[in-house]
Design a protein around this ligand. Structure first.
Ligand code: ARG
Length: 281
């Protein structure tokens, strides 16, 4: 992090990213596997597509590469691409979903990566919901458990990627994936919602990231932590105004986006975005 001469605000640099996304053509809320989902509430799939297209276009404007996987008709949650896999150094750990409703997505994402030339592919033994629970922060991987990914998948990821995996225990069912409770901003900076973690995990986070951005309950509840950072720009729900202000104070460029239709399934910007980390990137 480079300090600018006049002030203490750091100068931020974006790094070009490669993202995999899935158009919400078949998005719907037909079952309930997290507290945000209410199958009795109407879903406007066209609106979801429109909002998602804006996110996709935004990544293009920021200079990132976006690839698409075909949505499957029987997988209304497939738009949440972050759950499809974890890719580090071009190595791919497939996802294995906790809920039967999403089981078919794991093999579909795995097939996409195989079809696109990824050779180091690990079919998962233990339940893990991809980047929903695995967040790469520099040389380490922060890993969520408590609701979805099994703690055993943390050891599996550590073995496969050869990077230290630090387990984090989630305790509030509204923040059931790690990427709903925390976002990685740079290799060594994060923002998170302390109230979503067990006391032990909170202590670990304070130790690892003493200067982290902390989210208010209000910002957390609009999914403000479900954010995507390229090192400079941070794409997050536009309702998370407190987080946007804190990010600006630290030299980041927050970009608010409206993904409220996708929030009905319990996801926002980060959930819709799987980062494909190849060795060069
Ligand atoms: N309805 C989906 C589920 O509950 C939402 C997934 C959100 N994805 C995420 N990366 N947090 O599984």
């Amino acid at each position: 992090m480079v300090q600018s001469p006049q002030s203490a605000v750091p100068v931020r640099h974006a790094r070009r990213r490669r993202y995999l996304m899935c158009r919400p053509t078949h998005f719907d809320v037909t079952y309930r596997i997290n507290p945000w989902m209410d199958p009795s509430k109407p879903v406007d799939t066209d609106l979801a597509v429109t909002q998602w297209e804006k996110l996709r276009a935004l990544y293009g404007e920021l200079g990132h590469e976006v690839e698409l996987i075909d949505p499957l008709p029987d997988c209304p949650d497939m738009v949440y691409a972050a759950n499809g896999a974890t890719v580090v150094d071009g190595k791919l750990l497939g996802a294995r979903f906790r809920n039967e409703e999403r089981a078919a997505e794991g093999p579909a994402y795995l097939a996409w990566f195989r079809d696109n030339g990824f050779e180091e592919v690990n079919e998962p033994e233990h339940v893990n919901e991809g980047e929903g629970d695995f967040l790469v922060a520099g040389s380490r991987i922060l890993a969520g458990t408590g609701f979805r990914s099994s703690p055993r998948s943390h050891a599996e990821a550590e073995d496969f990627f050869g990077r230290p995996v630090i387990s984090m225990e989630l305790t509030d069912e509204r923040y059931y994936h790690l990427d709903t409770a925390m976002a990685v901003l740079t290799d060594d900076e994060v923002m998170y919602n302390p109230a979503a973690f067990s006391p032990g995990s909170r202590a670990v986070l304070e130790e690892l990231f003493p200067t982290a951005v902390l989210a208010s309950p209000q910002d957390a509840a609009v999914f403000g932590l479900n954010a995507v950072s390229d090192g400079r720009h941070v794409v997050l729900p536009d309702a998370a105004t407190g987080l946007a202000r804190q990010l600006r104070e630290r030299g980041f460029e927050p970009i608010g986006i409206d993904l409220t239709e996708l929030l009905k399934g319990g996801g926002s910007a980060k959930c819709c975005t799987l980062e494909v980390r190849t060795p060069a990137a």
